[in-house]
Design a protein around this ligand. Structure first.
Ligand SMILES: C[S@@+](CC[C@H](N)C(=O)[O-])C[C@H]1O[C@@H](n2cnc3c(N)ncnc32)[C@H](O)[C@@H]1O
Length: 234
């Protein structure tokens, strides 16, 4: 399968769903980073993000969604298949990933990998494309300390690369800025990662942490709730 960006190579994970691996060199040393757990890109997306999205929708139908890291679009595809008439803001630093995903939504079959992503999420790709016509997807460039947010968001799917690749996104300064500017007072924040700093910053901003195991073999992930979601998500 062809990769939609030449910064990445394609790989299959254990559940046969595709992922992309970043080919990068830091100080001349190869530091590859995969977008998903080798145990299954689709299964990991369902577990870390799908459950939080569904729980959010069970509390409130009208929600703004924000995804950090479009990648292959697993999370955006899942959200769009579940909602109608909602805002989905996605941030991605790689312009080829943004452009090729947009082209696929608009009907291009140049990169069949997006059809495979749908298939591995047990979704029909034509249904998914149509669902994007019924929602407002905004594909934004990479996040930084000057990023602007058009609205506050209720469901945050924070799927950034690890701190060794995307260091800024895991700093207290960035997380403070992001939570203050991008998160609604009623908010669910979910991510595969679980660091002391992230948990501390979330609590500082009024989130409550809900214990949640990591995806297949990883010790913990992070699920935090604020406002309306506190009483319904316990
Ligand atoms: C773990 S992958 C996301 C996987 C994706 N959610 C999916 O389902 O395929 C992290 C993504 O974040 C992107 N990224 C890196 N730095 C970023 C930044 N500053 N802002 C937004 N996205 C960034 C990477 O290019 C990569 O696509």
């Amino acid at each position: 399968m062809r990769s939609p960006s030449n910064q990445f190579i394609t790989e299959l994970t254990a559940d046969q769903s595709p992922t992309l691996r970043l080919v990068q060199f830091i100080d001349g040393v190869s530091v590859p980073e995969s977008m998903h757990h080798s145990g299954g890109a689709a299964a990991e997306t369902e577990y870390i993000y799908g459950e939080a999205i569904r729980l959010g929708l069970s509390v409130q139908q009208s929600l703004n969604f924000l995804v950090v890291g479009l990648g292959l679009g697993y999370i955006e595809i899942l959200i769009s298949s579940l909602v109608c008439g909602q805002n989905i803001s996605s941030f991605e630093i790689d312009s080829d990933l943004r452009n090729n995903f947009q082209n696929w939504i608009s009907g291009s079959d140049e990169f069949k990998i997006y059809n495979e992503v749908c298939k591995s999420l047990k979704l029909d790709s034509e249904f998914v494309r149509q669902s994007f016509q019924k929602n407002k997807l905004i594909l934004n460039a990479g996040l930084n300390l000057e990023s602007k947010f058009t609205e506050k968001n209720h469901i945050i799917c924070f799927d950034a690369f690890s701190a060794k690749t995307s260091g800024l996104l895991w700093t207290e300064e960035f997380l403070d800025y992001f939570i203050l500017n991008a998160c609604a007072s009623d908010c669910i924040f979910t991510t595969y990662a679980c660091t002391g700093l992230l948990k501390r910053v979330l609590v500082k901003h009024g989130f409550q942490l809900r214990p949640r195991a990591g995806f297949t073999g990883k010790r913990d992930s992070t699920l935090a709730v604020r406002g309306l979601f506190i009483k319904t998500y316990s």
